[in-house]
Structure formats: C-alpha cells, structure tokens
Ligand binder design. Structure first.
Ligand SMILES: C[S@@+](CC[C@H](N)C(=O)[O-])C[C@H]1O[C@@H](n2cnc3c(N)ncnc32)[C@H](O)[C@@H]1O
Length: 373
C-alpha cells in the first residue's frame, strides 16, 4: 500500500527522521517543494506504528485507488466507496499537481453527491494546499488527496493526524517550562531522539539536560533515560518534568548534577546514545560570535565528545545540536574535524534547523563511534 508521510515545518529534518525510523523502507518519491512529504510503500500497520513515533510528520495519507482521470464523478465514487454516511464533510488536496482546480472540483463533487441524495459540505484549506490536522480532527472532515504518479493519479484519504492536543499538553502542561528564547521545540527533540536509532529498551543520555525536553521525548518512546546538567537548578526542573510525565507513563529515569565533559565519572553504565542540545552560546552575540566565544564553545563540545567515548556502547551514537551562525558553519566544521580525529565518524551530513529570521540556528550532527576504539 502506498502512503504519503506529510511533513511539518521542518521538512529536511522530518525526512531524516523518517529515514532513521524506517531504514528498510524505500522512499518512492520525496518532495520538499510542491508539498513537503514522502511517498512510500509499506503495510498499513507499519505506517501507523512509524507515524505515531515521529515528531516531524503531521499527517499520513493512504493512497489506495488508482484513477486514470480526476473528475467529480470519479472522486464522488471513491468517496462513497469508503464512506457510507448520508452526510459527508470533505476537503480535497492536490499534493503535487498544481493544475488540478481544487476549488471548482470540490464544488462539483458536492453537487454530484447531492444528486445522489447525499448531504455534503466541503472545507477549503485556510492556508496552503492542504487541510490542517486541527480542521481534519476537530471538524471531522474527510480529506481526499490526489497524487499524480507516473501516467495516472493515486487517490486516497488522510488516515492519521498528529495528536496536536497531546503535544500541546506535554509542552505547555509540564510543570517547568524552559522559557528561554529559542528553546528546543519538543518536536525537534523527538526528531533528534529518533535520529539516534536506538533499539527499544536502550539507554539514552542527555548530559546538558536543561529542563529535560530531550529526555521526556525519549521516555515517551520507551527508552531508559539518564540526564545531567552542570546547574543543579536545571536538574531539579528536569526532575519535576520527568516525574510529571513518569506518573502517567510509569517510566523511570536517573538524574545527576555534573559537567558534561566528565559525565563518565558519574555514570556507571554504558549508553547506546547521547542525544543533546548543549550550551549554544550567548543569545545576544548571535548571529556573530567573537572568536573567543567560538573557541570556548568548540572546546566545550570536543571536551564533551572526548568524555562520551568512555560511556558509549561500541558503535554508539551522538546526536548533537550545534550552533550555526548565519552564513558561517565554522563551529560545526571544527567540531566535525575534531570528532573525526577522536574516533567518531560523521553519520550523515548535518541537517540545519531554524525558523525564518531566527537568531538561534542549529545544525544537527550525528556521529557514530568507529569500530576500533
Ligand atoms: C541550551 S540548554 C539545554 C536545553 C535543553 N535541551 C532543554 O530543552 O531544556 C544548555 C544546558 O547546558 C547546561 N550546561 C552548560 N555548560 C555545561 C557543562 N559544562 N556541563 C553540563 N551542562 C552544562 C546549562 O546549564 C543548560 O541547562
């Protein structure tokens, strides 16, 4: 069965996350321009399981019909073959064919349904070419989707949307919010955890845990988590957040106060991965750091990587958010060079993450410990 994983507002990172969560799956087609998402072939069960884990995918569309022609009749037939209600609310999305006149088609489908004695209404997207997850789930709208593929059209509907209420609850409901400008968004933290590709039951460490955003997302995915931070106040905040989450998920965690460059001394077990957003440098100096600030940060990151070699399992992974200055990736490059000299290999090209106009820009790098260490 063909599915489209529709990405949220971090398409490049969402794509890397999908590839990490489902490494065996062949992506039939990827679009980061017309719409942002990937067309894949997998079973319905697999698709649902994977989508539930992801931070960067907002919708899953199942394309289960192949049509030669897109007309109000063929689309009304499709809609009625999957929906037996006498009253239908629908929306129509054209994923990759700008020539489809979605507005006119929607009106004509409605008329066609009414001719067949079905009460129908349609909803148009408020922005962009697709309905939002909020509209689909709150207004109970069936989203019909059309995907131009080779010489025909694939037609289907949205079968899953990201549970935005649950994400909001974990973000705004937690006892200790981060509050600082440019804080790590929950969904980016989730994507970073998935990029580490740790097997179920494995242990994940965040040695710059802050208020515990990465650890919380790792916990929700069922990993054992260990966190530390130089600042005892931050560790306390993480504790409150994880206790709040743990009470519901019945999950366990371990926390300590300590320097990330010395975490091997406070942790007496190995971890499968380190997933972390370290100190990214002073906000007010961005987008340009003074050379001494750059040097301090490079030394902080490389000092940390040197220590993590002692506590990572063989072939262990580090997923780390590094500061990327506007038009200047020199910190990222310096860390990559030093990490490679230390016995790590860069797993994939780092993926940049930032909102348009943002001062805080991150580049997410993934390192793997080489075999002979
Ligand atoms: C950008 S914040 C991490 C935020 C975290 N991802 C969150 O969502 O809360 C960086 C954290 O690194 C901590 N930190 C700075 N230098 C450190 C060091 N040498 N060792 C451990 N933690 C350190 C700070 O106290 C701060 O909590």
């Amino acid at each position: 069965m063909k599915f489209v994983f529709v990405f949220g507002n971090t398409p490049q990172l969402s794509l890397s996350e999908l590839k990490s969560a489902s490494p065996q799956t062949t992506l039939l087609s990827v679009s980061l321009l017309e719409y942002t998402g990937a067309l894949v072939e997998m079973t319905a069960e697999q698709a649902m399981l994977i989508a539930e884990k992801l931070g960067g995918t907002v919708k899953l569309i199942q394309l289960d019909r192949q049509l030669e022609e897109i007309t109000p009749v063929t689309l009304a037939d499709y809609l009625l073959s999957t929906d037996t209600n006498q009253k239908i609310s629908f929306g129509l999305s054209s994923l990759n064919d700008p020539d489809l006149k979605v507005n006119q088609l929607s009106r004509d489908i409605k008329r066609e349904l009414q001719d067949r004695d079905i009460k129908a209404r349609f909803v148009m997207p408020q922005e962009g070419s697709q309905l939002s997850s909020v509209v689909i789930s709150k207004q109970k709208v069936v989203e019909l989707a059309v995907y131009k593929w080779q010489n025909f059209y694939l037609v289907g509907k949205t079968v899953w949307v990201q549970d935005f209420q649950e994400w909001n609850r974990r973000d705004y409901g937690r006892p200790q919010a981060s509050g600082h400008i440019g804080m790590l968004p929950l969904k980016v933290a989730r994507m970073m955890v998935n990029l580490a590709q740790v097997k179920k039951g494995g242990t994940i460490l965040d040695p710059y845990c802050g208020v515990g955003t990465v650890l919380a997302e790792a916990m929700v995915l069922g990993y054992r988590v260990f966190g530390s931070d130089l600042d005892a106040g931050q560790v306390e905040k993480t504790r409150k957040n994880l206790e709040w989450l743990g009470a519901e998920y019945n999950l366990k965690f371990k926390l300590q106060v300590g320097d990330a460059r010395n975490v091997s001394n406070i942790l007496n077990e190995k971890v499968a991965a380190v997933v972390t957003e370290p100190d990214l440098g002073p906000n007010d100096l961005r987008p340009q750091y003074a050379p001494d600030v750059q040097n301090r940060l490079i030394s902080l990151y490389t000092g940390s990587l040197a220590d993590w070699k002692r506590i990572l399992e063989p072939l262990g992974t580090v997923v780390i958010a590094l500061p990327k200055l506007v038009n200047d990736g020199s910190i990222v490059q310096a860390v990559i060079d030093k990490a490679e000299a230390m016995g790590y290999s860069l797993h994939v090209h780092p993926v940049d993450y930032f909102r348009p106009g943002a001062k805080v820009r991150r580049s997410i790098a993934i390192f793997k410990l080489k075999d002979k260490n």
